[in-house]
Design a protein around this ligand. Structure first.
Ligand code: WT7
Length: 632
């Protein structure tokens, strides 16, 4: 039997201990949370040994994700609301029951088949937060196609590179996306992407008609509504092996090339399903609202898969927190009696900035649990969220995890864990974190260092798409037989974990992961740029902002401004990579071996000019003085 939710810390500790000491037995029982068309005989087969590295969960079992999210609930919950959709404009909203969703997903499964999509084919989704996005995701899982969602804020070039890498056969988009009263031309972006080289794998584009705006159809294009009108509604769920690929999600690494994080079927779904229920303390009448976009892992696990597989109602919001006014979140909470509200520190900080008066137009009395994800939440914002938004009644679960982890790993349990503002508290069942110093020496008890995870867990990524070597190098080569997170962490005297942020060259802007090397590569491509170095710096709203040091080519006579470079980067990566500061300079601080000393650039960008640490290995220390002057 799967374990019951822990109501006390001692119950949590006991179950946790068992999960770490007897992982096979523990996960064998937890696996029963899902419906299997063919039961597994072994839960866990994992080893991080370098010569025998493998991660397999429930490997001889078969199941289907859409069956677990839909069919499984039809006996009891066919009429229950599965998705409440709130449009960008408050006058637009609708909802769909589990029964209706099942029907739409089945139809779209047949649409996919009619276009020749078969098990294992990659389908790229470039969509706004609309119900159809959930339909197509679930339909992919129903027939065994592998979806790869590209966030709608990414540029045509970024979309093209993801299509190229995944060799997708089909792209699904909408004519436009509406955000903050504006229309974003998703379909035009797809057309531009498909005009770029290397995208020939795409045989069709399906467009959802989100608005009546005029749309030019190309040769490969088909309308979603035409296909759906002709589709049969009977589409049996394809039994999938637990280790069959479920989806790819590209995320930033630290070497300039996005990584296609690959998740598989059984372990991922179990992890999303179990964490959702236990951490948020979900009841049968819960209305769960996670504000993340489906283009990020949070949207996959806690807008769609974790929520629907538990038969819980999920809210999908198309808009932004400040439109029409900065009370929009609170209005929506009252409108649907949202019980669980899961958002990002950057949104909280921007709403604090907008002023407390925006809380007066709502009661938020329906709320029971609040959640935070994406970056460290500072204690002041945590308290505001807890005291003003939740009126001091609702626990705040600060959940730490990553695209690669599939679901939450370090977190409070809403009903149980005594909270400390700013701490993600304790590990979830089966998760064995450790803190190590730069020599790989484990730090016991209190102390800080790099965060690693020792044991394998069901929801973790299995590979990087078509680049398993990079997968092993990135996550399993830094510390012996452990998963390397790339995050720094402090554990206090009470055993609470405090995530301090990335220790690699990944920066976290408004909860979105950005690779500094990727921005540098784009900047260096500019005809006037000789060299660049990009670092993060503390930013009031975004958490981290993007600071670019740029050396211009003296031979090129055209005038280049900061805003030109910003446009250049946004066009090539997307709005999330907007440069907050551009610092033109003549030299970068380099070591004798020619490596840019980013540590110093980070400090200078953060306004720290005195304590720069050891600069004895610098080739030319006067560079630092010049940079300091330029900053002043
Ligand atoms: C990075 C992962 C999966 C969540 C969405 C972001 C940071 C995430 C927290 C938290 C402190 C956090 C880490 C992590 N992060 N949650 N609660 N406290 N930091 O997923 O884009 O893969 O980014 O986000 O630095 O490594 P992601």
């Amino acid at each position: 039997m799967p374990i019951a939710r822990a109501q006390t810390m001692s119950a949590y500790k006991e179950a946790y201990k068992n999960s770490i000491e007897n992982p096979e037995e523990f996960w064998f029982e937890e696996g029963k949370r899902l419906r299997w068309s063919k039961p597994y005989s072994v839960a866990r087969d994992c080893s991080y040994a370098p010569n025998n590295h493998h991660i397999q969960w429930f490997a001889d079992g078969e199941l289907n994700v859409s069956d677990n999210c839909l069919d499984r609930h039809l006996d009891n919950l066919a009429h229950k609301t599965a998705i409440i959709w709130e449009g960008d404009n408050p006058t637009e909203s609708k909802s769909i029951s589990f029964g209706e969703l099942h029907q739409q997903v089945s139809k779209f499964g047949n649409v996919l088949k009619s276009l020749g999509i078969i098990k294992g084919d990659r389908v790229v989704l470039y969509l706004p937060m609309i119900i159809e996005a959930a339909i197509v995701m679930l339909a992919c899982t129903r027939i065994g196609a592998v979806h790869s969602i590209v966030f709608g804020g990414f540029s045509p070039a970024a979309l093209a590179s993801r299509i190229q890498d995944s060799q997708a056969k089909l792209v699904i988009t909408s004519n436009v996306s509406r955000r903050g009263g504006k229309a974003i031309p998703l379909k035009d972006n797809v057309d531009q992407a498909l005009s770029l080289p290397g995208t020939d794998s795409v045989k069709n584009v399906i467009t959802i008609q989100r608005t009546q705006e005029k749309t030019t159809l190309q040769e490969k294009d088909v309308w979603y509504h035409d296909l759906m009108a002709a589709a049969e509604s009977d589409c049996p769920a394809e039994p999938m092996n637990a280790e069959d690929p479920l989806f790819i999600l590209y995320t930033s690494g630290s070497t300039g090339k996005p990584k296609g994080v690959l998740h598989t079927t059984g372990g991922y779904l179990l992890h999303a399903n179990m964490t959702f229920e236990h951490i948020f303390a979900i009841e049968s009448d819960s209305v769960f609202w996670c504000t993340a976009d489906i283009g990020w892992i949070t949207g996959h696990s806690y807008v769609i898969y974790g929520v629907l597989s538990n038969g819980c109602t999920t809210v999908m919001f198309e808009g932004v927190p400040t439109y029409p006014q900065a009370d929009r979140f609170w209005q929506v909470i009252d409108k649907y009696n949202v019980t669980h509200f899961y958002t990002a520190p950057t949104a909280i900080r921007s709403l604090i900035r907008a002023g407390d008066e925006h809380l007066r137009t709502s009661s938020r009395d329906s709320l029971k649990v609040l959640g935070s994800v994406g970056e460290p939440i500072d204690p002041a914002s945590w308290r505001w969220f807890h005291k003003l938004v939740g009126k001091g009644r609702c626990p705040v679960v600060d959940t730490w995890w990553q695209t690669e982890t599939g679901g939450i790993l370090i977190t409070p349990l809403a009903e149980t864990t005594p909270l400390k503002p700013g701490s993600a508290t304790f590990p979830f069942y089966g998760i064995e974190p450790a803190i190590v110093d730069s020599n790989g020496q484990e730090i016991e008890n209190e102390g800080s260092g790099n965060l690693i995870i020792k044991q394998a867990w069901p929801g973790q990524a299995r590979s990087l798409y078509k680049d398993h070597i990079r997968f092993l190098e990135t996550y399993f080569s830094t510390y012996k037989e452990s998963y390397y997170t790339g995050d720094g962490c402090y554990r206090d005297g009470d055993g609470y974990y405090w995530i301090t942020g990335r220790v690699d060259d990944v920066i976290n802007v408004s909860g979105h992961r950005i690779d500094t090397a990727e921005i540098e590569a784009v900047l260096n491509d500019h005809p006037s740029v000789v060299e660049s170095a990009v670092v993060g710096f503390p930013h009031d709203i975004k958490g981290q902002g993007i600071y670019a040091y740029v050396i211009l080519d003296p031979q090129v006579n055209t005038v280049v401004t900061a805003s030109d470079l910003n446009t250049w980067v946004r066009q090539r990566i997307g709005v999330i990579a907007s440069l907050d500061k551009v610092h033109f300079t003549a030299n970068l601080p380099k070591t004798r071996s020619g490596k840019v000393m980013r540590r110093i650039l980070r400090k200078l960008a953060g306004g720290e000019t005195d304590n720069l640490g050891d600069i004895s290995t610098l080739l030319d220390p006067t560079v630092i003085e010049d940079l300091k002057k330029e900053i002043q």
